[in-house]
Ligand binder design. Structure first.
Ligand code: T1G
Ligand code: NAD
Length: 695
């Protein structure tokens, strides 16, 4: 099979790209385009380029990144298309992204079907357009629009693309038919090639302001700001010099660790849901969802399911609580409607019965799946599951949203442990991307498969986790939290810790996160764990003092930070520093200084060390599952690829050396994970484990 098929339709050479699943511009596609353009010049009067299957071209072939480049390069291919002596039309459907849009910009005319989308999403991969996109797009759209598209990477609808001047026409029909019709019209009107490079250079804008804005907004990510300089070159330099500047900046980004991190994240996010054991397993049907408990999580889960087109019955303890939950869900739906995420028709369905509340569990008799989100108390949960087991139909799946509790114990309260699973959503549940699918000892494969199918329906990133205290994410969180708490006890200010970690790229500092989630959650966990703690463990108690003062975080207006008049961004509070100083004195600690690097190193080493244990214990199946969990649920910078990728890129021996060094102060907490020691000893990496190597 050739990657670019050639066919003569009258005077028009039709070049069809065939490289499933997304027609990525692989070496075979690039070479095929050049060969077939040359053939068309000998045999035809015009050229049409279309994609076979679902889409035009989704971009360069990402799997070739990091490997030696193979001729012909995409920039040369786009220029060759533009230099064609015949008029070239590109007809778009599906997505024309990155190098795909650049191929279309190399063509002289562009048409699309109405559902097509175009974009230059390279910044999401840590790079920028590298095949003329930064030079040709602004010539068509003007500088501001091109800067917006290139620096956000957003997908633009066909209608917008027409308005921006990217498309010449939108038509109904197959891409081949609408493309042929347009090419015939071009020939009939006697129009020849119309190279974008010959269009006037775009007008300059305040590029320094754009650059500065994107440096600040990038939180460490450099690609969007770098792309600004390439667009600037389109305004300042002749076309060929602009292309050379684009190539130089592109190569810098291609060789950056950020590109490596983001490409890892891209493939890891797709690998998490591909579990060999589920390959031939058919998920159970899902139409009706039950939710038990309509508090913070239950209401959010109900909202997420309703937004995905499922019907929901929510159970609360009494009528007043049910009405309160109904209000919360409706407010959440109002918000989604305002943001254009919910159609009026669907809203009507929801009001007409797709959503209901009840206090009697019998209302769940026909539910396909029930998700429990009641208080985090094992006795309450067991009682709820025993009741569900009685009222729900035999095929129904019973899921718990517990954050920490033992799902095997919950499953044992039912007569159907094979149908019990953990579905651990994150707050706010209708927004956060992550869903941990927690598989208990007896959970059946089709129940696991149904969890993944639900996640797909809800557009969430699902990661398989095993049962332990905190599963993947919260278990690792508890450990790195302890590392930062210890640093504060030893002399660091929580505010400096937050600043250092935001600088590292975390979405929020850990103390600001605690204030958002509520300090009472950690307090309850510390009390729960107190009885079983290893006596060698250091347990900083200053957060308990804050809780005793009623400082539970944002919801009480005071936590680690102050939130005057309902402010969402906290203000530092000297009283908290005094309280911590008093705790240090009581514990006999002489405070010492921690630099920004000290804080970042301890934080990331604690995270990696516990993550290695989580992998060794089989709680996460592969290191990449940890990476996706931390990125999608815990604000870890995507451009660093996740903690395990970060560890590989830093060098595992370096991480181990840090751990051994910290262990001289606190041997219990910093004891290196055996898996990490083995990997270093054998010269292996976490990526080797991702690839299935046994170490
Ligand atoms: N290269 C290689 N494989 C790709 C790919 C690509 N560009 N895009 C997708 N795949 C694989 C993906 O790994 C998965 O494989 C399958 O296709 C289906 O993807 C010079 C530098 C197109 C919107 O960034 O955004 O052009 O897991 O599950 O939800 O400037 O994929 O089945 O084995 O995501 O329907 C710019 C990236 C590249 C687009 C489809 N392009 N892709 O979404 O399916 S850089 C992108 C996407 C560039 C030039 C440069 C999405 C999609 P498998 P999927 P989907
Ligand atoms: P919440 O206190 O806001 O809500 C719990 C709700 O359950 C209350 O509205 C209560 O009336 C209701 N309820 C209690 N017992 C009930 C019963 N027997 N039948 C029906 N309703 C009952 O709690 P939450 O924050 O929504 O947490 C719920 C669960 O989700 C917990 O297991 C928690 O660990 C987990 N979780 C919470 C978060 C979070 O950030 N809040 C994140 C992930 C998971």
């Amino acid at each position: 099979m050739t990657a670019v098929e050639y066919e003569l339709a009258g005077d028009i050479a039709v070049l069809t790209i065939k490289n499933p699943p997304v027609n990525a511009a692989s070496q075979a596609v690039r070479a095929g385009l050049v060969t077939q353009i040359e053939r068309a010049e000998r045999e035809a009067k015009a050229v049409l380029i279309v994609g076979d299957g679902h889409t035009f071209i989704a971009g360069a072939d990402i799997s070739e990144f990091g490997k030696p480049p193979q001729d012909p390069w995409l920039p040369g291919v786009c220029s060759r298309i533009e230099d064609c002596s015949l008029p070239v039309v590109a007809a778009l459907h599906g997505t024309a992204l990155g190098g795909g849009l650049e191929v279309a910009l190399g063509a002289h005319y562009r048409v699309a079907i109405g559902s097509a989308k175009v974009g230059l999403p390279e910044v999401h991969l840590g790079i920028m357009p590298g095949a003329g996109g930064t030079q040709r797009l602004p010539r068509l759209t003007g500088t501001e629009t091109a800067l917006d598209m290139i620096t956000t990477g957003r997908h633009v609808s066909a209608a917008e693309a027409l308005e921006f001047g990217i498309l010449d026409k939108i038509s109904d029909g197959t891409p081949r038919d609408i493309g042929l019709a347009y090419a015939e019209q071009v020939l009939k009107e006697g129009n020849g090639p119309r190279p974008t490079r010959d269009m006037p250079a775009p007008e300059p804008v305040d590029f320094d302001a754009w650059h500065q804005k994107l440096i600040t907004a990038g939180k460490g990510q450099i690609a969007p700001a770098t792309a600004v300089r390439a667009v600037q070159a389109a305004c300042d330099l002749p076309f060929d010099d602009g292309l050379a500047k684009e190539r130089e900046l592109f190569s810098d980004l291609m060789n950056s660790p950020q590109r490596e991190g983001l490409i890892h994240a891209f493939f890891a996010e797709r690998a998490v849901s591909k579990l060999p054991e589920l390959q031939d397993v058919v998920p159970r049907e899902l139409t009706r969802i039950g939710v038990v408990g309509g508090g913070t999580m239950g209401a959010g889960i109900a909202g997420a399911a309703l937004l995905a087109g499922l019907s929901v019955t929510l159970i609360e303890r009494d009528r007043a609580a049910a009405e309160k939950a109904e209000k919360t869900v409706n407010a959440l739906l109002d918000g989604a409607e305002k943001r254009g995420k919910l159609s009026q028709a669907r809203r009507k369905d929801i009001t007409a019965g797709a959503f209901s509340t009840a206090t009697d569990y019998a209302a769940l008799s026909d539910a396909d799946l029930v998700i429990e989100a009641v208080f985090e108390d094992i006795a309450v949960k067991k009682e709820v599951f025993a009741k569900l087991d009685q009222v729900c139909k035999d095929s129904a799946i019973l899921a718990t949203n517990t954050s920490y509790l033992d799902i095997n114990e919950i499953a044992a309260a039912t007569s159907r442990p094979q149908s019990v699973i953990g579905l651990h959503f994150f707050s706010p549940a209708h927004i956060m991307k992550l869903l941990e699918i927690v598989v208990a000892d007896k959970t059946a494969p089709d129940v696991v498969a149904t969890g993944f199918a639900l996640a797909k329906r809800l557009r969430k990133t699902a990661v398989r986790a095993g049962v332990c205290d905190g599963f993947i994410g919260n278990r690792i969180l508890a450990h790195y939290r302890m590392a930062v708490d210890n640093m504060v006890l030893d002399g660091a200010s929580p505010y400096d810790v937050d600043k250092a970690l935001v600088k590292f790229g975390m979405a929020m500092g850990p103390f600001a996160v605690s204030d958002l989630a509520g300090l009472d959650i950690g307090w309850a966990t510390r009390k729960r764990k107190a009885a079983t703690r290893d006596p060698r463990e250091r347990v900083p108690t200053y957060a308990d003092r804050l809780c005793e003062m009623g400082r539970f975080g944002q919801k009480t207006g005071r936590g680690f930070y102050l939130y005057p008049d309902g402010a969402r961004k906290g203000v530092e509070d000297p009283e908290v520093l005094d309280l911590i100083a008093a705790e240090r004195a009581a514990a006999g600690v002489t405070p010492r200084a921690f630099s920004e690097t000290d804080i970042q190193t301890r934080f990331i080493c604690a995270m990696i060390n516990e993550a290695a244990r989580v992998v060794e214990d089989g709680i996460a199946q592969r290191p990449l599952d940890v990476d996706v969990t931390l990125i999608a649920g815990y604000g870890f910078p995507r451009w660093r690829g996740g903690p395990m990728k970060y560890a590989d890129m830093t060098g595992l021996e370096t991480i181990l050396a840090h751990l051994r060094n910290f262990a001289t102060e606190d041997p219990f907490f910093w004891q290196p994970a055996p898996l990490l020691e083995r990997l270093v000893e054998k010269g292996r990496t976490f990526e080797d484990l991702n690839q299935g190597m046994d170490v």
